[in-house]
Design a protein around this ligand. Structure first.
Ligand code: BDR
Ligand code: CA
Length: 320
């Protein structure tokens, strides 16, 4: 494998913006996607897995193994969201489905089989349940992980409660476990929060660029994203933030981000603030940093490369 490539294990809950994360990790020239694990989240585990399989089948990437992960959080709950429709992926019926997730294998064994002895990055774009379990049960895998990048949390407003972001709220205990484990093992942990992803909205000219690709797949992509936009409009946001690929993009182009080490912890007890990420950006507490908080990204470059990935996906498309 090209040494400039980044091995990625993607853990996701596809999901409209997760779909964009999958496309970026499949078609960015620096990415080597080892496999995908699915989690409950934007919709049921069943739907999230089905959506993942459909997307991979539709762009001819049936070689990417899919592991069907957690159905519920560590505390056996499942939070809901209105942003992704009943199937979790708009216009999913226009995609094809041509293979099945793997069965009778543990996530640990699958990652070991695909990564062999190489290092890899874990990118999480849903609740962190699968990865918390992996780290808990298989500490020996930790030295092989270069870093964990997650989309989740906020230092400002929440999107599922006034204080909490959806992915973290869905399994706060898992998120805190990941923070604690990374700290204990000096494993780099990067947080791509709502603060950052709201700077990456799908504005009108970007939609036009997707339209100009002019293929069945790009048309599907645009339709899916515009339905996602409608869900945001119903919440009085004009354009949708495309959260999840911003985390994948960090794994591929960290030099295009401004990051800051901060102390961050997840509120797991409070009634009103359950799932809140307390991000001490001003170092008020003077505690040791627990993760790297991404403050800025070169947004134009993110979009240029995202749209290039959609073009490549369109070239490989199998949809009629
Ligand atoms: C996150 O929650 C989900 O709805 C999105 O897919 C994204 O991962 C944003 O809060
Ligand atoms: Ca997601």
């Amino acid at each position: 494998m090209d040494i400039n490539k980044v091995n990625i294990w993607l853990d996701c809950d596809v999901g409209n913006d997760d779909a964009m994360a999958v496309i970026l990790s499949l078609f960015h020239p620096r990415s080597n996607l080892l496999g995908i694990s699915t989690c409950f989240g934007n919709t049921s585990l069943e739907n999230c897995t089905d959506n993942t399989i459909r997307l991979l089948s539709s762009v001819g990437r049936t070689d990417v193994p899919v592991y069907k992960g957690a159905e519920f959080s560590l505390k056996s709950t499942r939070a809901t969201t209105k942003m992704h429709g009943s199937q979790g992926l708009y216009a999913a019926d226009r995609l094809i489905s041509s293979f099945k997730p793997l069965e009778n294998i543990e996530l640990y064994d699958l990652i070991k089989q695909t990564a062999k002895d190489q290092e890899f990055v874990i990118v999480i774009t849903g609740p962190q349940t699968n990865i918390a379990k992996l780290l808990k049960d298989h500490e020996d895998i930790i030295p092989q992980i270069q870093q964990i990048v997650f989309m989740g949390g906020t230092s400002g407003f929440g999107n599922v409660t006034p204080n909490s972001e959806y992915n973290i709220y869905s399994d706060p205990e898992a998120a805190q476990f990941v923070i604690d484990t990374c700290r204990q093992h000096s494993l780099k942990l990067v947080m791509i929060s709502l603060d950052l992803t709201y700077t990456c909205q799908l504005l009108e000219p970007l939609q036009q660029r997707i339209k100009n690709i002019n293929s069945k797949f790009s048309d599907w992509c645009l339709e899916m994203l515009q339905e996602y936009q409608a869900a945001y409009k119903a919440q009085e946001f004009e354009y949708p933030p495309i959260h999840d690929p911003v985390a994948v993009f960090y794994a591929l182009h960290p030099e295009l981000y401004v990051i800051k080490p901060v102390y961050c912890a997840v509120e797991c007890d409070s009634k009103l603030c359950y799932g809140r990420t307390v991000v001490d950006k001003q170092d008020v507490y003077g505690f040791e940093p627990t993760l790297l908080f991404a403050r800025k990204v070169i947004v134009d470059e993110f979009w240029n490369q995202m749209i290039e990935a959609i073009k490549l996906a369109a070239k490989n498309s199998k949809i009629e």
